[in-house]
Design a protein around this ligand. Structure first.
Ligand code: PLP
Length: 389
């Protein structure tokens, strides 16, 4: 059987494949420390779980409008208005099964063959995949260590052509933990306005930041109408398995996203949406507790990684990923990730899972306990010392 050209063009998210391989090794009795999957190890806060259970018993088990339950869209509109200092109304919000869907639906509803879309590389792999499957051309914006994994604005300007339809940005970023400065965002916005380009701003890690305050490109003058904000509940509220996210954009874009939604998922599970209202409007102390714990873990893992021969790691400023440079080990990223998994019992991701510019790096997700981080680092050290002295 031959799959369609679209399916053939689609990429993947390696984290899920590596997780499956690690689970298989565990099933065969090997002990594995997990640094591969970008998912909080915390449980969803109790108040949110109770709201979800109550919603089921209150029979929020029917279809909901494709765009999402009005009260949840209202809560999202209030939250985004407050945190991004813009004015959003519920008609400018669509509720999606995870933030990931926003990337897919935005690509499908905005891009055509012949269009070009810029995306960060190394970056979340679904950007390149989603652009490619529409038939548009993905154009990587290299995020280089020497620029602290932020944009080289001059280089970025050179990538813009008459065909550029969309610029995807992600700050704080996966896999580097880098943050785009206000100056970089201003430079992007200047280009976007001048050349009439849309921006998809992936803000899924906006609440996991270690210094300074989060700043959205949508807050800059003239940008709200041309920005699609992607955010969600997976990372902030440890709700990965609930599948709940959203997009905020102008009404024309929302109509496009809605068209894709009604053709694919119809609506997000109604009781999940009810739990989302509690997440946004209920107490936020758990969010801060988790953020503080990630910060402690970040400091622990960076200190540990920098003691491993052949590794050097910049301090990430947000998200929960460390992205060590491993060039001095003399191994390629994929080769080293496989070696650490099979010989060291440590699951990490090759930097190349995030694009060609990830060669020379590994990604460690530190959304795992301090004990596991210490244990995992020790295993990495022992495995690396076997190959380099
Ligand atoms: C940068 C980025 N965007 C979006 C997502 C999607 O998250 P979800 O679909 O769980 O909301 C992820 C998940 O890893 C991510 O790292």
């Amino acid at each position: 059987m031959k799959l369609s050209k679209i399916a053939q063009r689609a990429g993947t998210e390696t984290a899920f494949e590596v997780l499956a391989r690690a689970k298989e090794l565990e099933r065969r009795g090997k002990e594995i420390i997990h640094f591969e999957i970008g998912e909080p190890d915390f449980d969803t806060p109790q108040n949110i779980k109770i709201a979800g259970i109550k919603a089921i018993t209150d029979n929020f088990t029917h279809y909901a409008p494709t765009q999402g339950i009005y009260e949840l869209r209202e809560s999202v509109a209030d939250y985004i208005s407050k945190t991004r200092r813009i004015s959003v109304n519920p008609e400018e919000v669509i509720i999606t099964p995870g933030g990931k869907d926003v990337i897919f639906s935005a690509a499908l509803s905005l891009l055509d063959e012949g269009d070009e879309a810029l995306y960060p590389n190394p970056g979340y792999p679904i950007y390149e995949s989603a652009i490619r499957l529409t038939g548009a051309t993905p154009v990587p914006i290299p995020l280089l260590e020497e620029n602290d994994f932020a944009f080289d604005v001059n280089y970025f300007r050179k990538l813009i052509t008459d065909r550029t339809k969309l610029i995807i940005i992600n700050s704080p970023g996966n896999p580097t933990g880098g943050i785009l400065s206000k100056e970089a965002l201003e430079a992007i916005s200047e280009v976007a306005i001048e050349r009439d380009i849309l921006v998809l701003s992936d803000e899924i890690y906006s609440r996991i930041i270690y210094d300074g305050e989060f700043f959205s490109i949508a807050s800059l003058p003239g940008m709200q109408e041309r920005t699609i904000i992607l955010d969600g509940f997976s990372k902030t509220y440890a709700m990965t398995g609930w599948r709940l996210g959203y997009a905020v954009a102008n009404r024309d874009i929302i109509e496009g996203l809605k068209k894709i939604a009604v053709n694919s998922f119809s609506c997000v599970a109604t009781f999940v949406q009810m739990a989302g209202i509690e997440a946004l409007t209920g107490p936020q102390d758990e969010v801060e507790r988790m953020r503080k714990e990630y910060e402690t873990r970040r400091n622990l893992i960076i200190e540990g990684l920098n003691k491993i021969p052949g590794f050097s790691t910049k301090v990430p400023r947000g998200a929960f990923y460390a992205f060590p440079n491993i060039k001095k080990t003399g191994m390629k990223s994929k080769e080293l990730a496989d070696y650490l998994m099979n010989e060291g019992g440590v699951a990490t991701l090759s930097g190349t899972s995030f694009g060609a510019y990830g060669e020379g790096y590994l990604r460690f997700s530190y959304a795992t306990s301090q004990e596991k981080i210490k244990e995992g680092l020790e295993k990495v050290r022992v495995a690396i010392e076997k190959i380099i002295k």
